[in-house]
Design a protein around this ligand. Structure first.
Ligand SMILES: Cc1cc2nc3c(=O)[nH]c(=O)nc-3n(C[C@H](O)[C@H](O)[C@H](O)COP(=O)(O)OP(=O)(O)OC[C@H]3O[C@@H](n4cnc5c(N)ncnc54)[C@H](O)[C@@H]3O)c2cc1C
Length: 301
């Protein structure tokens, strides 16, 4: 019987692992190796790294730190969680694990534009494809930027990026834009160019990422997909925890879900979708887990 099983080894799960192991709790972490942070070529907004750090390096450092304190970590995909009394069974395929509490830190997956994986990864590594204006909008200051998206979401992303550059084009992913008059007026007022789709034929051409649109082929220093994301909250929702309308897990201010003993932190909970926020939530979750366990039985050396 573990004190806590952490599902997810991104910034949230690893931060919680550092805290929980240092609370002298018996902790395991299961992760299937698809952290969004691993996609970050070099983050420049994460505090403490003046020259920036790649997502993979940051994860490796955090993993090493957690292992220093005795974290038991396994590369597993958790397939179900089941509550029984005041404990849980965690299923990973044929394997079963018993635990008093669970921290879900499974994150989200961005919906990608239609391009093959090799091109996607090359464009991402070169900063020609970007997913997070809060993180790296600074890097496109005064550059030529395309946003693939439409509706409220596309509009908001384009207007956010307008804070960095005058040259923003919002391109509808599939066909004509679906923008209500208010959205269209806001884009016009900000000087954001609107172009209909469908988008396709992505290729790196010179220093730019080029794309076919209804108005012909266009090329940008950076393209931001604003196509939404898949929230990896299924395990918690299937176990009976409440979710928001958009699929995030509902928690109280201490990161407790509506299912006693199940906690959640990071992108899977509604928030800023940032490393710092994921880490902050995880610190809160871990301390709450420790204190809730201490209410069940004294934690003493
Ligand atoms: C291209 C890109 C650039 C970014 N740049 C920045 C930046 O510069 N600064 C910044 O603050 N943020 C940045 N972000 C956002 C940042 O990566 C996320 O906010 C952060 O990774 C969230 O951490 P998390 O632990 O919640 O989720 P994740 O990092 O996504 O980790 C979730 C983990 O859960 C695991 N998992 C999921 N389901 C299961 C399962 N069933 N069983 C086992 N394991 C499972 C996955 O393998 C994964 O390791 C960027 C994101 C992207 C995509």
């Amino acid at each position: 019987m573990k004190d806590c099983i952490i599902i997810g080894g991104g910034p949230a799960g690893l931060t919680a692992a550092i805290y929980l192991t240092r609370f002298h709790l018996d902790v395991a972490l299961f992760d299937n190796g698809s952290s969004r942070a691993a996609l970050i070529p070099c983050t420049h907004n994460h505090a403490g790294y003046p020259g920036g750090i790649s997502g993979r390096d940051l994860l490796a450092r955090m993993g090493e730190q957690a292992q220093t304190f005795g974290l038991h970590r396994r590369p597993l995909t958790v397939t179900a969680i089941e509550q029984s009394g005041d404990a849980f069974t965690v299923h990973a395929g044929e394997e079963r694990f018993e635990t008093r509490t669970i921290l879900l830190a499974t994150g989200v997956v961005n919906n990608r534009p239609k391009m093959d994986d090799a091109l996607h990864d090359a464009a991402l590594a070169a900063g020609k494809l970007r997913y997070c204006p809060i993180c790296d909008g600074y890097e496109v200051t005064d550059r030529r930027v395309g946003v693939i998206g439409t509706g409220q979401h596309g509009m908001k992303e384009a207007l956010f990026l307008r804070g960095y550059t005058r040259d923003v084009t919002l391109i509808a992913p599939d066909a004509a834009h679906m923008l209500d008059p208010d959205c269209a007026a806001a884009l016009d007022a900000a000087g954001v160019t609107r172009v209909d789709g469908p988008c396709g034929g992505y290729a790196i051409e010179g220093d730019r990422l080029a794309v076919d649109t209804a108005s012909g082929r266009m090329a940008f220093d950076s393209v931001y997909p604003a196509l939404g994301s898949h929230i990896r909250s299924e395990l918690a929702l299937a176990a009976g925890a409440r979710g928001t309308d958009d699929g995030c897990i509902v928690t109280d201010e201490h990161q407790r879900t509506t299912l006693p003993g199940l906690y959640a932190a990071g992108d899977v909970v509604r928030g800023l979708d940032q490393i710092s926020h994921a880490m902050g939530q995880a610190g809160v979750a871990a301390t709450t887990i420790r204190n809730d366990l201490a209410e069940r039985r004294p934690l003493r050396r």
